[in-house]
Design a protein around this ligand. Structure first.
Ligand code: KIV
Ligand code: ZN
Length: 390
């Protein structure tokens, strides 16, 4: 399955994203986001964790009833009750997936689950057996996978694939992994597990060390993963998850290197980012890649001049391609005469002579020293009536 060059984008904004403290969403808000994710054409929408609360259950149910193009998924612990609840919430879905998980690291098994490894193995197998009653599309995650012992992981993953798991997700639950090691571990697992080719391998990275996107790409390029789990704006527990907009635009912008096919309509990215930010109240930092307000803004004179001559000088992707109206040339004290002249033109202001332009530009520079943001209204005010030719 790793021969395929199609990458599956699995969005978990509504599940892992919502686990971000303070980011809880109502049912209606989740449905709005799910519809936007469908417009973005994500392959899989993880709509929630059905057994977690009645609210989560109802939200998954509502999303399953309206989403037609994306697979709708519910998370569930590896037990019959959770799995049945997930299946019930997904009943109306056109295409459904059950995603079941159990921790496999020595630390989690001993301290959190208080279970022996053999019991964890049995429970994982039983969970897949149970999920198969409801759907053929079953994902399994060994939680805290990146801190689990490889021999034990091999036994668990081989067994769940044999039982019918169709996607094996490798989570870096606490954001501990580093790219080369993460990718190499996944590759070794795939090589050691005899039936590994029967499942699609997936990456699920957290951003505690700021490496979630890099680890996800290493999982794909080194490890052979063909599904990436991510969230809009990188929303998620602690420092968040792999940011969808970043990983997707890395794959698109550097398609010369990555050479994968994606189903995503990137022009819907900014709308999705704004919607998630507005609904959760989590502001997007201005310098955030792709979706930050400054991601396509140019303030320095040299950059502005370059941009006016050829956008590629300082822009590696087009603002419009991710859904921004346009690149922003921000006028301020670093701006040059060319950028100022271009803005006069945009505003329909035609000055009679180059001397008039120079005089107006001088006044603009004085103002820019005093005021950090220069708005179009400031420029119109600063170009006096006698400067106008018309
Ligand atoms: O981070 C994690 O391990 C998870 C799993 C439930 C996939 O979110
Ligand atoms: Zn997670």
């Amino acid at each position: 399955m790793t021969d395929s060059n199609r990458l599956i984008i699995f969005d978990t904004t509504l599940r892992d994203g919502e686990q971000s403290p303070g980011a809880s969403m109502t049912k209606d808000e989740k449905v709005r986001i799910a519809r936007q994710l469908e417009r973005l054409r994500v392959d899989v929408i993880e709509a929630g964790f059905a057994a977690a609360s009645p609210g989560d259950f109802e939200a998954i149910r509502a999303i399953a009833a309206v989403i037609k193009d994306s697979v709708v998924c519910s998370l569930s612990r590896a037990n019959d009750r959770d799995i049945a609840r997930a299946a019930e919430a997904l009943e109306k879905a056109a295409r459904k997936r059950i995603h079941t998980f159990i921790a496999t690291s020595p630390l989690h098994m001993k301290m959190k689950l208080r279970m022996e490894p053999e019991q964890v193995l049995e429970q994982a197998i039983q969970a897949i057996r149970c999920a198969r009653q409801y759907t053929d599309d079953i994902e399994f995650s060994p939680e805290d996978g990146s801190r689990s012992e490889e021999d034990f992981l091999c036994r668990v993953l081989e067994a769940v694939i044999a039982e019918g798991a169709t996607t094996i997700n490798f989570p870096d639950t606490v954001g501990y992994a580093v790219p080369e090691v993460f990718g190499a571990t996944m590759l070794r697992l795939r090589e050691r597990i005899p039936n590994s080719d029967k499942a699609i391998w997936s990456v699920h990275c957290h951003n505690d060390l700021g490496l979630a996107v890099a680890n996800s790409l290493a999982g794909v390029m080194i490890g052979g993963a063909r599904q990436i789990e991510c969230t809009i704006n990188g929303l998620g527990e602690r420092a968040g998850n792999t940011a969808l907009e970043e990983v997707v635009m890395a794959l698109r912008t550097r398609a010369d290197y990555y050479k994968f096919e994606l189903g995503i309509d990137t022009t819907q990215i900014v709308a999705a980012s704004k919607m998630v930010s507005q609904i959760t109240g989590f502001a997007v930092q201005p310098n955030k890649a792709v979706v930050g307000a400054n991601a396509f803004a140019h303030a320095s004179g040299i950059h502005q001049d370059g941009m006016l001559k050829a956008r590629e000088t300082y822009e590696i992707m087009r603002a419009e391609d991710v859904g921004w109206a346009a690149t922003k040339i921000v006028l301020g004290k670093l701006s040059g005469r060319n950028a100022f002249k271009a803005r006069l033109q945009e505003l329909g202001i035609a000055l009679e002579s180059e001397a008039d332009v120079n005089a107006a530009f001088g006044r603009f520079k004085e103002l820019a020293d005093r005021k950090s943001d220069i708005f179009d209204e400031d420029i119109m005010a600063l170009v006096s009536a006698e400067d106008h030719a018309h």
